[in-house]
Design a protein around this ligand. Structure first.
Ligand code: NAP
Length: 265
């Protein structure tokens, strides 16, 4: 049996915006998901509703739903804005069934609640998510885009087991909240190791080399349990797995990366 990778597949892999390459054709998307599952990349994030539909369709076609661990966020289809990427909506009672239908699944492995500062509303969402967990529609519950103050809003009996936030060499602002979350017993997912791929060319002429060192940097941080990367090309899966296998940066690579920071940040 293949062991589970620390690497997760991001849902932006299945949409046109927020990346470098155009959306991959359906067959290539199926190849990407197949290659991920074959190599232990089971954690699959879906943020926007379009991503839930895409991943649900792919897993159904591959007949491999049970092998994936699907994360799903509260971003929903809005009338008149079906083609857009709209902002998050706090969970309401009808939302889980919409998500399950889009995912063609009977459950979500990790339901993500997008953080905000409205304590009362957040507690209502936590209660709703707990209810869905009791009903078997949700397995685990996460808090996404977390900042330190959000952890303070959680009641003692909260159901959260994961937290997620962007975290990469360029944006290390989540380091403190990640460390606190780890101490509180949460699993931590770092998002966007390549800042959507838009920073790769700033680090090196060869984006493959830049991707390698950025991924190895984030994966080596003690506070990280998972790192979620979007991949619109089938070759990125192998490339990123090889980076993970190479392990932490050596002192020369680390020096190079830090020199880059001195010059550019
Ligand atoms: N960033 C956020 O605020 C946020 C919020 C919620 C959820 N997320 C989750 O986090 C996931 C990952 O974040 P992200 O999509 O923002 O950014 P990312 O994973 O940092 O960057 C993805 C980009 O990196 C490129 N790439 C991947 N592997 C590569 C390789 N080996 N060599 C060269 N280029 C490579 C991809 O290019 P191609 O386009 O060529 O494939 C893709 O455009 C999202 O898909 C989503 O599930 C992020």
């Amino acid at each position: 049996m293949v062991s589970r990778s620390k690497l997760g597949l991001g849902g932006h892999s299945f949409i046109e915006p927020l990346g470098n390459d155009p959306k991959a054709p359906f067959d290539e998307q199926c190849d990407i998901v197949t290659s991920c599952l074959d190599h232990g990349i089971c954690l699959m994030d879906t943020t926007y509703y379009q991503e839930r539909i895409a991943l649900g369709t792919i897993l159904n076609k591959l007949q491999r739903r049970e092998e994936a661990r699907i994360m799903a966020w509260n971003f929903f289809k809005e009338r008149g804005k079906e083609a857009e990427l709209v902002g998050f909506t706090p969970y309401q009672s009808h939302h889980v069934d919409i998500m399950l239908s889009e995912l063609q699944s009977e459950y979500v492995d990790v339901l993500v609640i997008h953080s905000h500062n409205d304590k009362k509303k957040l507690r209502q969402e936590l209660e709703l998510a707990s209810q869905w967990r009791l009903e078997g529609k949700v397995k685990e519950i996460a808090l996404g885009m977390v900042r330190r103050e959000h952890l303070e809003l959680l009641p003692d009996n909260h159901p959260i087991s994961y937290i997620l936030a962007p975290y990469n060499f360029f944006n290390q602002s989540s380091a403190v909240v990640f460390a606190e979350a780890r101490e509180m017993g949460f699993k931590v997912c770092a998002l966007s190791p390549f800042v959507r791929g838009w920073k790769l060319r700033e680090i090196a002429d060869d984006p493959a080399y830049a991707a390698d060192i950025l991924l190895r940097w984030v994966a080596a941080q003690d506070v990280i349990d998972h790192v979620i990367v979007s991949m619109r090309r089938r070759e990125w899966v192998q490339a990123n797995l090889e980076s993970m296998a190479r392990g932490p940066l050596n002192s020369k690579e680390l020096l190079k990366l830090n020199k880059f920071r001195e010059v550019n940040l």
